[in-house]
Design a protein around this ligand. Structure first.
Ligand code: RP5
Length: 164
């Protein structure tokens, strides 16, 4: 039987996928299964509600939610489910993602969203954060995450080079 999917990666639009794929790529590298869905707070509110309502019973343990502009998806998802939500502010053209960041970050007391950095680095870190949460209960994954982290450290040169 296939493993239960414990991580959901959701995003407000197809246009968010190049950013959110960074989270997916990290989870792939760590061998963590996940699902992906387009769930817009504004364009598909019923889909958002259904996703949040069913998250616990479907076995989701972390939801990574990315959106840009008036980025209400992570916060609305956090209002609908107690499954921890990691928010990714997608970089926008008009305001460079500061709009997304503030929309996701400034949650009222009681409904937290763990907010990452703007853009690709934030999405990759969301994948790592989700993996770290699951690794608390999964020794094999913890080992793979430790290895991933030490490989990254080992790849950083001691001195800068003109070749970049
Ligand atoms: C948000 O509006 C999405 O998360 C996306 O970042 C932004 C723009 O969406 P599109 O107009 O590209 O579909 O809801």
């Amino acid at each position: 039987m296939a493993d239960t999917i414990k991580i959901g990666i959701i995003m407000g639009s197809q246009s968010d996928w190049p950013t959110m794929k960074e989270a997916a790529d990290v989870l792939d590298a760590l061998g963590v299964p996940f699902e992906t869905r387009i769930v817009s707070a504004h364009r598909t509110p019923d889909r958002l509600w259904d996703y949040g309502k069913s998250a616990v019973e479907r076995g989701l343990q972390v939801i990574i939610a990315g959106a840009g502009g008036a980025a209400h998806l992570p916060g609305m998802m956090a209002s609908k489910t107690r499954v921890p939500v990691i928010g990714v502010p997608v970089q926008t053209k008009a305001l460079s993602g500061v709009d997304s960041l503030y929309s996701i970050l400034q949650m009222p007391r009681g409904f937290p969203v763990a907010t990452m950095a703007i853009g690709a680095a934030g999405a990759a870190n969301a994948g790592l954060m989700a993996a770290g949460i699951l690794a608390l209960q999964d020794a094999d994954l913890a080992g793979r995450l430790d290895q991933w982290r030490s490989d990254l450290s080992a790849s950083i040169p001691d001195v800068p080079s003109d070749d970049g």
